[in-house]
Design a protein around this ligand. Structure first.
Ligand SMILES: [Zn+2]
Length: 421
């Protein structure tokens, strides 16, 4: 790393405590700070990134006249297809950023994409992540363990971890739950972060007495249902907090101890909720190598701007319902969000180990089940039909298919609904 770049990083790191406190205490200051960042981002994207320049020109947008978040709503919305349509150099500015870190998204929808960010942006992501963990009680001498995709394990240690603070241990989500449980017990972390589907499996195999340090569990990467949360809290005897993030953008929102929605890291991300689709559209408030301006995550959620009793001034995402491309599509075009599927007690009714819904055509689903020895097809059919009528739709047809196992995404995630439409 060149000297000038190192110096920039050091200055950014030294400023960051102010970056936290200055804007945290005063809502007006926070808004001014955010607007300033927005202007920087939009102008930077226009000047340095070809794809944005063409996008704004085509839409007739003068980037120098975007002043606040009202102006932002006039800009076009982009999604993954925007990043897919061009080579990386047209989506990125390498000007003055030094070495870029690239990250490939998991491709759970069959398409994997390469995203890049600078060391400076990485540092900011680490800091907002740390801020959330610290608000949830993590101390500098404590250990944070993450069950994640094998790719995350290759990332190496961040500057704080290199000097022995906020130790972080990884274990691959790819391995057997028994093996994950043994690794977790060996490390005995204070904070354990994991996909809820893995936590559900760990509930049955982990020995709670071997985890005296554990004070909190973070559920991330998939939708956390009420039932899953209760099961995990009962099994581990500690509270569960939900995090919402995207690999390409970092950790966007986290749940405080009020457990009533997730606070958006409002100083680094601006989030809009689309009126009809409830899709969440994110702007990264950092003029970074690869800007994100009005990026549609395709995740559905509801924003909550009411004050939170915890005192954090950041608005909340009340609920993330899951990806809109995982919605079940009915024959008449109606959409059923994937979260609703979790109300149907597939595994309870059928004594199955695991399940997955696959949509083959509109109005018709296939339910994959991994049966146990006590599985009996005839008794479960009527119960599933009743639940589907009640929670999803009486018009939804289904078939049941017995399988040996449910395949996970490349990142290790287990999705309850996969659309093959
Ligand atoms: Zn709160």
């Amino acid at each position: 790393m060149e000297i000038g770049h190192r110096l920039n990083l050091a200055v950014e790191a030294a400023r960051s405590p102010f970056w936290f406190t200055r804007i945290y205490s005063n809502p007006k200051r926070l808004e001014r700070f955010r607007e300033k960042r927005l202007r920087e981002v939009v102008r930077f994207a226009y000047r340095n990134v070809l794809a944005y320049r063409e996008l704004f020109d085509e839409a007739g947008i003068d980037a120098s006249r975007v002043w606040d978040f009202d102006d932002l709503t006039r800009l076009p919305i982009i999604d993954k297809s925007f990043f897919r349509s061009r080579p990386l150099e047209e989506l990125c500015s390498e000007r003055g950023f030094g070495q870029l870190t690239s990250r490939r998204t998991s491709g759970s929808t069959g398409v994997s994409l390469l995203f890049a960010h600078s060391q400076r942006n990485r540092l900011k992501r680490i800091l907002v992540d740390l801020r959330a963990n610290m608000r949830l009680g993590l101390k500098p001498h404590q250990t944070h363990m993450v069950v994640a995709s094998p790719e995350a394990m290759l990332r190496g240690r961040n500057p704080l971890q290199k000097i022995g603070l906020f130790r972080r241990e990884y274990v691959s989500a790819d391995i057997d739950p028994d093996e994950i449980a043994r690794a977790v017990q060996r490390v005995n972390p204070h904070l354990l972060q994991c996909y809820p589907s893995h936590l559900g499996l760990l509930c049955d195999v982990v020995n709670r007495d071997r985890l005296p340090n554990l004070s909190r569990i973070i559920s991330a990467g998939e939708v956390l249902t009420v039932a899953a949360r209760e099961k995990i809290e009962r099994a581990f005897g500690v509270p569960v907090s939900n995090y919402y993030g995207l690999k390409e953008l970092g950790m966007i929102a986290w749940e405080c101890d009020e457990h009533d929605g997730m606070h958006i890291n409002w100083d680094l991300y601006h989030v809009e909720q689309m009126a009809e689709s409830y899709q969440l559209v994110v702007t990264l408030l950092d003029a970074d190598a690869m800007p994100f301006v009005r990026y549609n995550t395709l995740d559905r959620g509801r924003l909550d701007f009411s004050p939170c009793p915890c005192g954090c001034p950041f608005p909340r995402i009340a609920e993330v319902e899951g990806r809109s491309d995982d919605c079940i599509v009915m024959s008449d075009g109606r959409l059923i969000p994937p979260l609703r599927v979790n109300f149907v007690d597939f595994t309870g009714h059928t004594q199955a180990e695991a399940y997955q819904i696959r949509q083959i055509r509109p109005g018709h689903i296939e339910i994959l089940l991994v049966p146990t020895a006590s599985f009996e097809m005839s008794s479960c059919l009527s119960r599933i039909r009743r639940d589907i009528d009640m929670y999803l739709s009486p018009d939804l047809a289904f078939d049941i298919k017995l399988v040996d196992s449910i395949p996970r995404d490349p990142s290790g995630k287990l999705r309850s609904v996969v659309s093959l439409l």
